[in-house]
Design a protein around this ligand. Sequence first.
Ligand SMILES: [Zn+2]
Length: 203
Amino acid sequence: MSNPSVVKASHGRAFALKAGDHVRITTPAGTQVSDTWAFAADDLQEHLSMDHTRSVNSNIFVDRGTRLVSNHRRLMMTVVEDTTPGRHDTLLCPCNSAIYRELGAPEDHRSCTGNLHDALEEAGLKVPFTPASLNLFMNVPVAPDGSVDRLPPRSAAGDHVVLRAEMDLTLVISACPQDITPINGDARTPTDLHVDIWSGDAP
Ligand SMILES: [Zn+2]
C-alpha cells in the first residue's frame, strides 16, 4: 500500500470512497480525535447520522461491528477493526466558532465545523448544514445519571480504526483543533491523523 494521506493537525480533508473500499484512520500520537462525516456520493442530503446509528445499534458508543447508517437509515460504513479500547463518541457536537468564542479563544480559531466545510469546498462540494460528527478516539464517558465527561483519549500511539464503505461516499476527516480542553490529550496539542484507503479486503 502507498504511504498514508496526512490530515494535518487542526485541519480537515475529504476522501472519495467506493463501495467495498476500506479506510484506516490512525492517530500516530494516540491522542488525536477525528471528527468524521460521510455523504452519499449521489446525494449530499444523505449523510452519516449519529441519531440513526445509535438507534440501529441500540448503543451510544461505536465499536468493532457497529453499523454506521445514514439519515435514510441505509448502511454507509461498517467498523471492521478497532485497536483502541473502544467507545468512540457519538453524542457531542463537532466544535464550531461559537464554542471557541465561549472558551475565549481568538476569533480565527480553527474548528471541526469549519474544517468540514473547507474540505467539502476543496472537493467541489457544498452543504448548507453541519451533520453531527462521529468522534473517533474521543473519550466521553456517560454516567448512570446521564452526565457526560470530556477526557483525554484512551487510545495509544498508532491506534487505528478501519471502516468498510458500503456505498459510494465522500468521507470527511477533521483532526480536531481543540487545544483548550484536554479532549486531544493532556498536552492540549492537536496532532496529525493518517488515512489509508484500499479497495477490496487486503490492506
Ligand atoms: Zn473539534
